[in-house]
Design a protein around this ligand. Structure first.
Ligand SMILES: Cc1cc2nc3c(=O)[nH]c(=O)nc-3n(C[C@H](O)[C@H](O)[C@H](O)COP(=O)(O)OP(=O)(O)OC[C@H]3O[C@@H](n4cnc5c(N)ncnc54)[C@H](O)[C@@H]3O)c2cc1C
Length: 413
């Protein structure tokens, strides 16, 4: 099959693009993926199936207290002050969404609904792929080392709406067990249930990609430089200026989806919200579920024999140079908390695709027939990939989805 023979072209082969491709294939379609692999979030995330995060991060509390979390004050939030044209318009929309009760409520209801299907969608997909061991649903832990932050932070979680997840104060036995893997003793903690993790992100992505190709899917390592409308079709121009038109295109280009869609005359304020991680081999004894150090704003996840420590929210230019101070801080934490280390730290950064109201865009264009979208999954793209693949397949096939997704409508900005 070449591009012209396919029935749909997906731009972007991260988790959202790959899982959507498999679902479209299952419905009988011939699918092509074009992916250029530039700082994709899918390969470097924390692996946490975070169904507890039902409150959109654009809310009044976060907007009013964000300054306390700024990087220069020791926090995990950083802003590319040199690029005001980039983040100021996004930030204005973020504030508008955060202070609109209606928007926060609509976002919360919609996230709660879609998150309630996230685990079952992953389970079903992984059973279908014969890889069900990749999904672990043994919950996750949140710990604190600062007494004051512990009592405030844990009260917030214990009183919060966390959808289908459950939370309870951590017992001493669990605190003891965690402290066996650290050089410090946390003062308090929380145990979450019904949340989970993906056992090995690289394996998950390889399994999805291999399956897609085995089933006849075409995967092109290429860069789409532009999209434009042409005779009711979509013209795709690749980096060597080879161009062709197609009737159906699904955009899963993560943080760069907005730039691509400008050529189609469509406006999406999606920003690159960068995160950093370090990863290393541990001594093999670490066996904890995802562990959030809430008063230090980072998460440690064990991917089989490797540990990954992830953090930071950096609003900057997609291709700005990485900030080495962030990796140094993560390395400092790994040592400070005594996480066992049997290899050098490997450094990574990548971009979460984030809309100002912290809801994904899932739907079809009202201006350009044949143009579909699935991007903007912010901090929840791993969690929501499997259910997004199901929903977007229904949309492409013109079927009514059983899940109400109007809050993810493309034309809301
Ligand atoms: C540090 C960090 C930790 C995270 N932790 C979690 C977590 O624990 N749980 C969770 O649920 N989520 C987490 N996330 C968020 C999650 O990783 C993302 O939401 C998700 O990966 C987005 O997937 P995607 O496929 O939309 O985008 P991406 O992974 O960015 O994939 C998009 C793909 O499209 C390609 N592309 C873009 N433009 C073009 C073009 N013009 N031509 C060709 N190809 C193109 C890119 O190169 C890329 O490969 C985390 C993110 C980060 C950064």
């Amino acid at each position: 099959m070449n591009m012209q023979d396919s029935q749909i072209i997906i731009i972007g082969g991260g988790l959202i693009g790959l899982v959507s491709a498999i679902n479209l294939q299952r419905s009988g379609m011939k699918v092509v993926i074009i992916n250029d692999q530039q700082h994709p979030a899918s390969w470097g995330n924390a692996g946490h199936i975070a169904i507890e995060q039902v409150t959109p991060l654009s809310n009044k509390y976060n907007a009013l207290t964000g300054y306390k979390r700024l990087f220069p004050f020791g926090g995990a939030l950083d802003i590319g002050w040199n690029f005001p044209k980039l983040w100021l318009p996004w930030f204005a929309k973020y504030l508008k969404s955060s202070f609109s009760k209606k928007s926060v409520q609509e976002g919360e209801e919609a996230l709660k609904r879609i998150l309630s299907y996230a685990v079952v969608a992953w389970h079903n997909l992984l059973v279908y792929l014969g890889q069900q061991d990749l999904l672990i649903t043994k919950g996750h832990y949140v710990i604190y080392h600062n007494k004051q932050k512990a009592s405030q932070g844990s009260q917030v979680w214990l009183n919060a709406d966390i959808g289908n997840a459950k939370v309870r104060p951590m017992d001493y036995q669990t605190l003891d067990n965690i402290s066996n893997h650290l050089s410090t003793y946390p003062v308090q903690g929380l145990c979450f249930e019904h949340t989970g993790q993906i056992k090995n992100i690289s394996r998950l992505i390889n399994v999805c990609k291999d399956y897609f190709i085995q089933q006849g899917g075409q995967y092109y390592d290429d860069h789409v430089i532009s999209l434009s409308p042409e005779n009711k079709k979509i013209k795709i121009t690749l980096k060597n200026y080879q161009a062709f038109t197609h009737e159906k295109v699904l955009i899963c280009a993560g943080a760069r989806s907005g730039i691509l869609l400008k050529g189609m005359g469509e406006y999406f304020p999606v920003i690159a919200e960068r995160g950093y991680h370090i990863e290393w081999e541990n001594d093999g004894s670490y066996n904890l579920p995802p562990l959030v150090f809430e008063d230090h704003s980072f998460i440690v996840t064990c991917f089989e024999k490797r540990l990954r420590l992830a953090s930071f929210v950096e609003f900057t230019k997609f291709d700005a140079q990485p900030d080495v101070r962030k990796w140094e801080k993560l390395e400092h934490y790994a040592k400070k908390f005594g996480l066992s280390q049997k290899s050098e730290f490997q450094r990574w950064f990548g971009s979460r695709p984030t809309m100002p109201d912290y809801r994904p865009v899932i739907g079809k264009s009202t201006k350009n027939p044949g143009l579909f979208y699935a991007f903007g999954h912010q901090h929840l793209g791993l969690t929501l990939a499997a259910i997004t693949g199901e929903i977007v397949t229904d949309i492409v096939l013109n079927k009514t989805s059983s899940l109400s997704i109007s809050a993810f409508r493309p034309n809301r900005f």
